[in-house]
Design a protein around this ligand. Structure first.
Ligand SMILES: Cc1ncc(C[n+]2csc(CCOP(=O)(O)OP(=O)(O)O)c2C)c(N)n1
Ligand SMILES: [Mg+2]
Length: 743
């Protein structure tokens, strides 16, 4: 091919002369921006029409926010950077490469709606090919996840081996992509800045200098609540200006050229590794909050007219005309093409197949890896030598038959961290010491968890794999969710079950439902280890709680509750290797109990989920339990056998979701009597479900009513006399078993 040598500088000059440059944007880019902004508005208008015709079921518009969307897409790299948008980001998604037809399929709830397959409301964007990550309706939950997403990108660039796939565990199904200098974009409204998670995210982004652009689209309203009610002083920029390492912009977000320039500066700051950016864009909301809202009830005409004068779509149109970039004919041509396209897309979307009712259970859990499968059942290798990654473990000590649950959980974490570089651990106090120079100087020993479960792991694997989080539980779970979405395997710790509640929004509305709500486009398999339970003598209200049924009531979350050291090791390994999010409940009282100790079972010992263990076979009645009630029930059963020759079959469920119905049914069919025992307060507890199922499905096999033994319907008190009266004791279990046997 012939080439003509041209001085590149001359060439640039001549182009600049012919085509004016608008903060780095060419005329053609502005024309394209107009097409997208106009399309975005017309998709909204079309959906509103379809809603009025009852052909779609909900509508949320991006009207007034379009300039920010196109500017962000121009300043960032589609399918390279990562996007955690919110529902007003229609123009952003279009500019990144989503199509009106895809959006309209979302509006009608079509089976192949790419965002959710008809499971989520429209405007809940998810486009896997564009790195647009599934979002929920809960305002603000995306922000901490975006932080975790950015952390994952940084981690993979420092640990490229961690991106490798591996057979036989979640990695087989979890592709990792990272670029090394990618940015995570997260957007939210002015009202959402009132959520605590927003502040937790700013704090971590700032502290870790993460490449995250926070884009606050301030339309001055959160439904009907104006910004001065949300934000002290009425301006969020003023409040956040003290966070270190940020690049700040406060702009007119209805002007795409201004917005582009600001977002470009923000992106340059992030991509250069200087830290996060905060872009506060003043936008308008020309339509009501949603079609369920009538803003005339709380906004006078004068205010609405002032907004209309700043409408970004007519504003860009005027700009193009004034600058001579397009004439009226050119504008009309674009608008006509867009109108025709959207009309055709809407017609096609209305004819698209809808999802079938029998698909509702698809993707509650991983369709690829079943943690109940025989591949997760391995035999313990008790003679295995020490496998500590630091090579300093004492083999003799490890072969001791007296390893506690705490020892074996620590050993399992150690094994899995060595086996899989994607495993990282964080939480409150889990590091040996955040001031790692003290460890290097060997002037301290290190902590490694308030119960010492993660002791030595930071020393063995480094401070970027084991580290302390701020004292903020939503921060832990939200960040871990973002990391897991990118392919990391966080094994995080919640220090006490009693303090899990700040993370509840992430635990209920986000983590367990990411796979289902995105129709399997995204998933976040991770492990949350939680110290749970009472019988502590002095644990009192806030260090004794159970409450597992709150989580077994959440579809999508696996819940495990081991009662002994060996099961804890086997189940934790399954939890780490599996492809679903797992809540791993560790009973504090069992951590160092004499009951249930075991030798180290080797680095590949696994117990499948959903398989109960018959602790003691029997013929007269079945006791179904788990956790710290297992040793108490065993004590009671042995006494009953000794004193009254009653033979009790004791079943330890080990895993609460899924649970082993077959084992329960087989036992109750044999004994015809069932008692369910659990440590949580009686009413509405985990045992209620088991009792209901037995009553429903095994009615004809029963010779006695189904009984429960549990804590009183109170919290756990401090004074040991009260604690004993509140929590189920071996004596309570003995009495209930005896009565049931005699019925
Ligand atoms: C956690 C939570 N609380 C309440 C709601 C109900 N809700 C949906 S949008 C919204 C207002 C959001 O306002 P803002 O953040 O300013 O965004 P805008 O809609 O104005 O763009 C509210 C209260 C919700 N979805 N999530
Ligand atoms: Mg708002």
């Amino acid at each position: 091919m012939a080439t003509t040598k041209v001085d590149p500088k001359l060439n640039e000059l001549s182009i600049a002369k012919k085509a004016k440059n608008y903060q780095g944007l060419t005329s053609q880019q502005l024309i394209d921006a107009y097409r997208i902004m106009f399309s975005s508005r017309r998709v909204d208008d079309r959906e509103i029409l379809l809603k009025r015709q009852q052909k779609v079921f909900f509508q949320i518009s991006g009207a007034g926010h379009e300039a920010m969307g196109v500017a962000a897409a121009l300043a960032l790299k589609p399918a390279y950077d990562w996007f955690y948008p919110y529902y007003r980001d229609r123009a952003l998604c279009l500019a990144l490469g989503a199509t009106p037809y895809e959006m309209l399929r979302g509006a009608v709830g079509a089976a192949d709606d790419p965002s959710s397959g008809g499971r989520q409301m429209p405007s809940h964007w998810a486009f896997k090919r564009l790195n647009v990550v599934t979002q929920s309706s809960a305002t603000g939950t995306q922000i901490l996840q975006a932080i975790g997403c950015a952390e994952a990108g940084r981690y993979f660039s420092r640990h490229p081996n961690a991106t490798q796939k591996a057979e036989g565990d979640y990695r087989q199904f979890k592709d990792v992509q990272f670029r090394g200098d990618e940015i995570t974009y997260v957007s939210l409204g002015d009202g959402t800045t009132s959520e605590g998670e927003f502040w937790e995210a700013l704090n971590t982004a700032s502290n870790l200098r993460l490449p995250v652009i926070f884009c606050v689209q301030d339309n001055e309203y959160a439904i009907s609540v104006p910004v001065e009610v949300q934000t002290s002083g009425g301006n969020i920029s003023r409040l956040v200006s003290g966070f270190p390492n940020f690049h700040f912009e406060e702009i007119d977000g209805t002007d795409p050229v201004v917005a582009y320039a600001a977002l470009k500066r923000a992106a340059d700051h992030c991509r250069a590794g200087h830290g996060p950016a905060f872009v506060h864009a003043h936008v308008i909301r020309p339509y009501s909050h949603s079609l369920s809202d009538d803003e005339r009830l709380y906004r006078p005409d004068s205010e609405r007219q002032a907004d209309a004068a700043r409408d970004p779509v007519p504003r860009l149109q005027m700009f193009l005309l004034r600058e001579g970039i397009l004439d009226e004919k050119g504008i009309n041509k674009i608008e006509k093409e867009v109108e025709e396209q959207i009309q055709a897309d809407a017609d096609r979307a209305l004819a698209a197949p809808v999802p079938q009712p029998e698909t509702i259970y698809n993707f509650v859990y991983s369709p690829d890896l079943d943690p109940t499968a025989p591949s997760f059942e391995t035999q313990p290798a008790f003679a295995a030598p020490e496998t500590a990654a630091d090579g300093k473990g004492s083999a003799a000590q490890n072969r001791s038959p007296n390893k506690t649950m705490a020892d074996l959980i620590n050993a399992t974490l150690r094994d899995e961290m060595r086996r899989d570089e994607r495993v990282i651990i964080f939480g409150e106090d889990v590091a040996d010491a955040s001031r790692e120079e003290y460890l290097k100087q060997k002037v301290i020993k290190g902590k490694g968890g308030v119960f010492k479960l993660t002791s030595g792991l930071q020393i063995a694997f480094g401070s970027d794999r084991v580290f302390n989080s701020p004292l903020a539980e939503a921060n832990i779970i939200g960040r871990a969710t973002g990391m897991a979405t990118r392919g990391l395997k966080p094994v995080v710790e919640i220090q006490f079950f009693d303090y899990i509640w700040p993370a509840m929004m992430q635990l209920r509305d986000e983590l367990p439902i990411i796979r289902w709500r995105s129709n399997n486009a995204f998933s976040a398999p991770l492990v949350i280890r939680v110290a749970i339970g009472g019988y502590l003598t002095g644990g009192a209200i806030y260090h004794s709680q159970c409450g597992e049924s709150i989580f077994t009531h959440t579809p999508g979350l696996r819940v495990v509750f081991p009662s002994n050291a060996l099961d804890a090791a086997g189940l934790l390994r399954t939890a780490i290797r599996c492809d679903d999010p797992v809540l791993f409940l560790e009973h504090k009282r069992l951590y160092r109990e004499t009951y249930g100790r075991s030798p180290y079972p080797g680095p590949d010992y696994m117990v499948p989920f959903g398989k109960a263990k018959v602790v003691q076979p029997g013929t007269d009645l079945t006791v179904i339990t788990y956790g710290a009630v297992v040793p108490r029930a065993l004590q009671a059963a042995q006494k009953l056998e000794r004193e009254h020759h009653v033979s009790v079959e004791l079943i330890d469920l080990r895993c609460l979701n899924p649970f082993d119905w077959e084992a329960i049914a087989a036992s109750v069919k044999k004994t015809n009597r069932a008692l369910i025992a659990y440590e949580d307060s009686l009413s509405w507890g985990y045992g209620a479900e088991i009792a209901a199922r037995i009553a429903d499905q095994l009615f004809h096999h029963l010779d006695a009513p189904v009984k429960r033994v549990a804590a009183t319907d109170t919290f756990v008190a401090y004074q040991p006399i009260l604690e004993n009266a509140i929590l189920p004791q071996a004596s309570d279990l003995f009495r209930a078993m005896k009565e049931l046997a005699e019925f």
